[in-house]
Design a protein around this ligand. Structure first.
Ligand code: 2E6
Ligand code: F3S
Length: 317
């Protein structure tokens, strides 16, 4: 039987960013240096496939530091940790490596600097997300105010409207965040902040590529995990850019073939924590059912790379 034709548009950039690449390397190099088990506080990045692969090599994933023995190394995930976490690891004399993405650490430093200048910090982020918890945790409990939406801005109870600064999570929706920043600036004209927000290059580029792809396709699949903030934002961006069917899938087994019946064009992208093998797996699943033509939708070229911490670089020599 003849297979139906399908044009598959692949977003570029998609998948791993420099911070994810570095965080995974840190776990792999720590396992080489110290042997198994190496403990990892929280999923190193939000992807089950990545986590399972590292677990097979000897990594042990825990949610809190007190689940780790003091005589084994521990790695902090790419999302960052509150200041209390490394402080406690030091108090317990543990060996630890911080895999926080340097672009998240930059936001931590920004928040601390503003606070040193006497400004109260407003964080734009998602409540309970580890990055938000980590960034807010750079300052004492209760010091940082969280806003998630434009509506939250109206009810903010600040110390002094003249002495405010804002920081953001790195993986937010560019468009939603512009709205929240505008609402903050309208209510607190003296508020200081970054040039626009703290959304990273990888989040920005992946959202741009989906926007470019959306008008061309009947459906979009975003490969990523349900707890991955940047991946979920890509699904929303696809839907808002006019694609009627924009869905998150962890891998090929999640594809709802019924819902895709009759499509002739499909867009595929992957969140910053989703490995390319899963993109290949999804493409292969479509190739079994369709006569597939692949085209790239390239909106940026990324050349960012981050070095792993010195303690691991020296071990690899
Ligand atoms: C660290 C910071 C930002 O849920 P989120 O998108 O933040 O995290 P991942 O692990 O899906 O993506 C990478 C990442 C790590 N992004
Ligand atoms: Fe870092 Fe952005 Fe990736 S903050 S971990 S480069 S999604």
């Amino acid at each position: 039987m003849n297979k139906p034709a399908l044009t598959l548009y692949l977003a570029a950039p998609r998948g791993f960013c420099a911070g994810v690449d570095r965080a995974i390397k840190i776990v792999e190099m720590a396992l080489e240096k110290w042997g198994a088990p190496v403990y990892v506080r929280h999923e190193i990045v939000h992807n089950r496939f990545v986590v399972d692969g590292l677990r097979d090599k000897g990594a042990v994933f825990v949610e809190e530091l007190d689940e780790c023995p003091t005589d084994r190394p521990v790695i902090f995930s790419a999302h960052g940790v509150p200041k209390a976490v490394p402080a406690e690891a030091e108090r317990r004399q543990m060996v630890f490596v911080d895999a926080t993405c340097p672009l998240v650490s930059k936001v931590h430093i920004e928040a601390e600097r503003h606070a040193e200048e006497g400004l109260q910090i407003v964080m734009i982020g998602h409540a309970g997300h580890p990055e938000t918890v980590g960034t807010m945790g750079q300052l004492p409990d209760g010091d940082v105010l969280l806003v998630e939406t434009v509506a939250d801005v109206a009810t903010l109870d600040v110390r002094d409207p003249e002495r405010l600064a804002y920081v953001t999570q790195t993986t937010l929706s560019i468009d939603d965040t512009a709205g929240v920043v505008a609402a903050l600036q309208a209510r607190f004209p003296a508020i200081v902040g970054p040039h626009k927000e703290d959304i990273c290059y990888a989040t920005t580029n992946r959202q741009e590529a989906v926007k470019a792809m959306a008008p061309k396709v009947d459906a979009i699949l975003v490969i990523g995990a349900p707890n991955s903030s940047n991946s979920r934002r890509l699904v929303e961006v696809g839907a808002r850019a006019g694609c009627d069917y924009s869905q998150l899938v962890q891998r090929a087994g999640d594809i709802d073939w019924r819902a895709l019946e009759g499509i002739t064009t499909l867009g595929i992208t992957a969140g910053a924590s989703a490995p390319e093998v899963l993109v290949r797996e999804v493409i292969d699943a479509f190739s079994e059912r369709y006569e597939v033509t692949v085209e790239q939708v390239e909106t940026a070229i990324e050349r960012v790379e981050f070095k792993v911490p010195r303690v691991l670089r020296e071990a690899a020599k």
